[in-house]
Design a protein around this ligand. Structure first.
Ligand SMILES: *Cc1c(COP(=O)(O)O)cnc(C)c1O
Length: 390
């Protein structure tokens, strides 16, 4: 059976050219960049070149790049690192995060509340996942240590106006972080223009390797080191640098930027065909997230009267790899917090489906998907009505 991968928001394959760029650093150029000899110098040179490349592509003059093990670590470092250091400096002990954050932000904020005595407020979003500016403004005060709002949403595709949020925070002297792990795969991110204090990215969402990411930190923005030890990453993150992965991440970014506009155009055409095809052919189904302010590769839905996990499994058996927003807990499926934050009823939120496109996705894949989805949904609904609920 031909398999069709439509889950690029979960991860992407490593580009062949990225792998080629990485390979020498596993072999002949294996040196530790902290070593003074020629092996070390070569590795150090590769890292500094990668840092320059990434910095240029993000217009990150005035920012430190801290290499991390990925999006989750970048989010952890930003939240815990900024919150603890800022509280020490100013006494501010409140955190403000949106109601539609990735778990890497949500659970870190949760821990800061449970174990470190911070007060966490969740920012209301509208029915499409966009921040309500009036509510944001009303919650910002001297007690606020940090605000964190996701840039491009992994579950619902909504793109929030990060620049305007950063501006509003800065008018009150408050630090701002954004998780741009999804956004970095599709948007040109101009850090100087956005003026955020901290921004997280992860390579495996844009055809780089898993296990490597960056936290961009504005110079002089406070941060408490989370991994102490050697002086790598200017002392913000100890541990021997992952040279091949850092090189691969920079190469992956170069490659996606070579073709960003054209690829986005192609993806938007496919995405819109997919969205209208699903909405027109499946009854009792709605798009989740914002229609206009949306990642170019992202389509997400809820279907009444079925389980998203059952749908995912049925589609997998039919050869399509997609994802569902709800966490799979045996016997007790939980609706996604993100979908609930949009005001979607819990029962409906359980019927969620996420289809995300990327490089290998072609128009014929969308046609094939649309050809089978209505029947799959119909059968699952029938099964459920027959009492055959799983
Ligand atoms: C994938 C993802 C993460 C986690 O990144 P990892 O590199 O897998 O740790 C964080 N935030 C968002 C929005 C993501 O999509």
């Amino acid at each position: 059976m031909d398999r069709i991968y439509l889950d690029y928001a979960a991860t992407t394959p490593v580009d062949k050219l990225v792998l080629d760029a990485m390979l020498p650093y596993f072999g002949q150029d294996f040196g530790n960049p902290s070593s003074a000899h020629i092996y070390g110098q070569n590795a150090e040179g590769a890292i500094e070149k990668a840092r320059k490349t990434i910095s240029r592509l993000f217009n990150a003059d005035g920012y430190d790049l801290i290499f991390t093990s990925g999006g989750s670590e970048s989010d952890n470092l930003a939240l815990r690192g900024a919150a603890l250091e800022q509280r020490k400096r100013t006494g501010a002990s409140k955190l403000l995060i949106s109601g539609v954050e990735h778990d890497a932000v949500d659970q870190t904020a949760n821990q800061l509340q449970q174990k470190y005595g911070f007060i966490v407020n969740k920012l209301r979003v509208d029915n499409y996942g966009l921040i309500d500016f009036q509510i944001l403004e009303s919650l910002l005060n001297k007690q606020t240590a940090l605000v964190s709002v996701i840039h491009g949403n992994n579950e619902i595709g909504t793109i929030n106006p990060i620049k305007e949020i950063a501006k509003m925070c800065h008018e009150k002297g408050i630090l701002f972080h954004s998780d741009a792990v999804q956004a970095a795969a599709h948007l040109k991110i101009d850090l100087k223009g956005l003026d955020v204090d901290y921004l997280s990215i992860s390579a495996h969402k844009f055809y780089g390797p898993k296990g490597i990411g960056v936290l961009f930190k504005k110079k002089f923005a406070p941060i408490l080191t989370q991994i102490t030890g050697g002086s790598q990453e200017a002392g913000y993150r100890a541990g021997t640098s992952n040279v091949p992965y850092i090189v691969g991440m920079a190469r992956a970014l170069e490659l996606i930027h070579e073709n960003l506009d054209l690829e986005n155009k192609r993806l938007i055409t496919l995405r819109d065909k997919l969205i209208s095809g699903v909405l027109n052919s499946v009854p009792k189904c709605q798009l989740t997230g914002d229609q206009q302010n949306r990642l170019s590769n992202h389509a997400s839905f809820v279907f009444a009267g079925l389980s998203g996990n059952d749908l995912l499994i049925a589609l997998d058996m039919a050869g399509f790899a997609v994802s569902s927003g709800s966490a799979c807990k045996v016997g007790n499926p939980r609706p996604s917090e993100v979908l609930l934050a949009l005001g979607i009823a819990p029962a409906l939120a359980l019927g969620s489906l996420r289809v995300t496109l990327g490089r290998m996705a072609k128009e014929s894949d969308i046609d094939q998907f649309l050809a089978i989805l209505p029947e799959v949904v119909k059968n699952l609904r029938k099964e459920r009505q027959g009492g055959n609920v799983s």
